[in-house]
Design a protein around this ligand. Structure first.
Ligand SMILES: [Cu+2]
Length: 179
């Protein structure tokens, strides 16, 4: 248990003060819980796959996170693609950094659309035709639903879009800010 805590502390330490701490002299029994962000450090719910990939800089990773295969979602967000060329959420949602979100995307229109996720910069690059923009994209056929399990980490400004020709311009863009 102590080992787990130490590992987590190292993993999430961002301040140099914390990193410079002499761990050999640290009294873990008296460890100040106020120093920890419990939202990010609830290890009882945290699968190791969720932690490990956050530390890796690998291909297929967006500036706003990556696909979270096999992870347990913290939140489920229902996304509706509508005929008026909008992307909307069924209910308002607050997404925090490190959340694993299961997007359930319903295409209520009579044509195929995409649901893509990335930073605004990555989305611009994707729409300009750049192959390795970092954007992750799911195809949603007319009248069908798709799912995407996404682990949010990195940049706070996130853009959801359909990048088929002209669709983003027509309104199929939704921005959100990770808390
Ligand atoms: Cu579209």
């Amino acid at each position: 248990m102590k080992k787990t805590l130490i590992t987590l502390a190292f993993t999430f330490a961002t301040s140099s003060a914390f990193a410079a701490m002499d761990h050999s002299k640290m009294d873990h029994g008296d460890m100040e819980h106020s120093q920890m962000n419990h939202g990010e450090m609830d290890h009882s719910e945290m699968g190791h796959s969720k932690m490990d990939h956050s530390m890796m800089d690998m291909a297929g990773m967006s500036q706003v996170g990556m696909v979270a295969q096999g992870a347990k979602p913290d939140k489920v967000v229902h996304v509706i693609l509508k005929k008026d060329m909008t992307i909307s959420f069924k209910k308002p949602v607050t997404i925090a950094s490190n959340d694993v979100v299961q997007f359930v995307i319903l295409n209520t229109t009579g044509q195929a659309h995409q649901f893509s996720i990335g930073s605004p910069t990555e989305q611009q690059q994707a729409r300009a035709g750049k192959a390795d923009s970092g954007v992750h994209q799911v195809e949603v056929a007319a009248g069908k639903a798709q799912q995407l399990l996404w682990h949010f980490h990195g940049e706070k400004q996130v853009e959801l879009a359909c990048n088929q020709d002209g669709h983003a311009k027509a309104g199929m863009v939704k921005t959100l800010t990770v808390q």
